[in-house]
Design a protein. Structure first.
Length: 263
């Protein structure tokens, strides 16, 4: 029998606003997300992951509009909060349409463990004791399942000095848990508006492009990079093997601002 993988599409950091015409540094975030979702319609996948910063302005209309934008895929959709999200409002709005805030998805041979790395009121993140206990519980309950762990903030340096101050503030606490469980096969994050791949303590760790602006890579200060928005496709095989690739739309959506200093 062939090993048919579970195909997961990761979409991250859309920064939608209450106003559908709202812009972030020259990019209409809805139009840019729509371009990525149009690309997604050309790709077969089984599950959609929204990995934080769903809204830029903490607005209910943004969360509701997002649910309407993804309903035509007819696949389960799971979301986690980022630093720009209102967790209480997300919980009040979702489930709406296909979007769920379910934190543990158990598949035939894999489990997806979704954690909240938001530190309220801060741009940087933290995985508090409740999140780490939940992680341990899931891994102990399903030791025979390979695991993909998902949260918003990056757990390792990505090579951009300003951005590396804004990741998970307690990475060692996470790795103390993770190193106990060899069934963790990969960690997937958003937040950095960049595609990257790192090996940390033997575990592959991935970030993904934003669906709107892209942060310039490998520099000390904030800047934008003239790269198109994109998403990440992850294929999980029953054998424990996985494959992943970054997919991008054909061109930058919006007006690229090479002099942007932050937002």
């Amino acid at each position: 029998m062939s090993d048919q993988p579970v195909r997961i599409l990761q979409v991250s950091d859309p920064h939608l606003m209450a106003d559908p015409q709202g812009e972030l540094l020259g990019v209409n975030t809805q139009a840019s997300l729509e371009a990525v979702l149009s690309l997604a319609k050309t790709i077969p996948f089984d599950l959609l992951l929204l990995t934080g910063d769903l809204s830029q302005d903490y607005s209910e209309p943004a969360y509701r509009r997002l649910a309407n934008m993804v309903k035509d895929f007819h696949v389960p959709v799971y979301c986690i909060p980022g630093n720009h999200d209102d967790v209480g409002l997300m919980a009040a709005v979702y489930p709406l349409g296909p979007i769920s805030m379910q934190r543990h998805i158990v598949l035939k041979s894999w489990q997806l463990i979704l954690l909240n790395s938001q530190k309220p009121g801060k741009v940087h993140g933290r995985l508090d004791e409740s999140q780490l206990s939940f992680l341990s519980h899931c891994l102990e309950t399903y030791p025979e399942h390979d695991a993909m762990v998902v949260f918003h903030h990056h757990i390792m340096p990505v090579g951009s000095a300003w951005l590396d101050q804004l990741g998970v503030e307690n990475p060692d606490a996470f790795w103390q848990v993770a190193k106990r469980f060899p069934n963790i096969k990969l960690v997937v994050m958003g937040h950095v508006h960049q595609a990257s791949e790192h090996m940390v303590h033997g575990i592959p760790c991935y970030t993904v492009p934003s669906t709107c602006i892209q942060f310039k890579r490998n520099q000390d200060d904030f800047g934008l990079e003239n790269l198109p928005p994109g998403c990440r496709l992850i294929s999980l095989h029953a054998s424990g093997f996985f494959e992943t690739e970054v997919l991008r739309v054909k061109s930058y959506v919006g007006v690229f601002d090479e002099n942007a200093k932050g937002y």
